[in-house]
Unconditional design. Structure first.
Length: 230
């Protein structure tokens, strides 16, 4: 699959959010990542459907909504109506995960499932064929700017193998601590979709920041392809 770079607006300047989204789109981003936190499931509070509705006219990029909330279903409906393209929910937050995934699909949206760093990959076993994207957290969710949790790389490899085994076009996304220094390792482990916050919005040149991430991922994917060819 092609590499997707998805800037997380959690690290953007909230006072000029529409302009920030337009700026990263012009700089070469592929998606916008919308981190929704409730100060209950995770220790932070961010934004709701009204913010998405307000910024939706500022971009033509897909908007990838990551719900770090509990309960989930009522906000699925709100974000679907506000203009989300893909909605991801946490295994850990959904007591009836299959039902929630069906709800997202019924709203005409792409479906994502998320697991935290300490959640094992087998939590995906029963739902993997139902989703368009798996998101593996490489930090503990709640705050931007955290350090990458390196042991999750093993789980990236495991989930990549799980996806390949069922032969469906499911994206493998990582979120947390993704920088030009770490993206190569994650890409080599099998990820194709990368959320980055401070590695983009914290830089003076968004285009160069996105290009640096893309170069790191491309180099790792090329090296992996060469190893397979040999």
């Amino acid at each position: 699959m092609n590499t997707v770079i998805a800037p997380s607006i959690l690290s953007a300047d909230f006072s000029r959010l529409g302009a920030e989204i337009a700026a990263v789109e012009a700089a070469g981003a592929d998606w916008i990542h919308f981190d929704v936190m409730d100060n209950h499931f995770v220790p932070n509070l961010t934004f709701g459907p009204m913010v998405l509705k307000a910024v939706r006219p500022h971009t033509t990029m897909p908007i990838d909504v990551h719900l770090m909330v509990q309960p989930v279903d009522a906000l699925v409906e709100g974000f679907a109506a506000a203009g989300a393209d893909l909605i991801s929910v946490h295994v850990e937050a959904c007591p009836h995960l299959d039902r929630t995934l069906q709800l997202i699909r019924s709203k005409g949206k792409q479906v994502g499932v998320v697991i935290n760093p300490a959640t094992p990959a087998h939590a995906l076993d029963c739902v993997l064929p139902q989703v368009d994207l798996v998101l593996l957290m490489t930090v503990n969710p709640g705050f931007a700017g955290q350090a990458f949790i390196r042991p999750v790389l093993d789980k990236v490899r495991v989930v990549r193998a799980m996806i390949d085994a069922i032969g469906l076009p499911i994206r493998l996304q990582v979120d947390g601590g993704v920088t030009p220094d770490t993206i190569g390792e994650v890409a080599a482990a099998g990820a194709d979709t990368f959320v980055a916050g401070s590695a983009i919005f914290g830089k003076p040149d968004y285009a160069e920041a996105i290009a640096a991430l893309r170069r790191g991922a491309a180099a790792a994917h090329t090296a992996a392809a060469m190893r397979v060819a040999v």
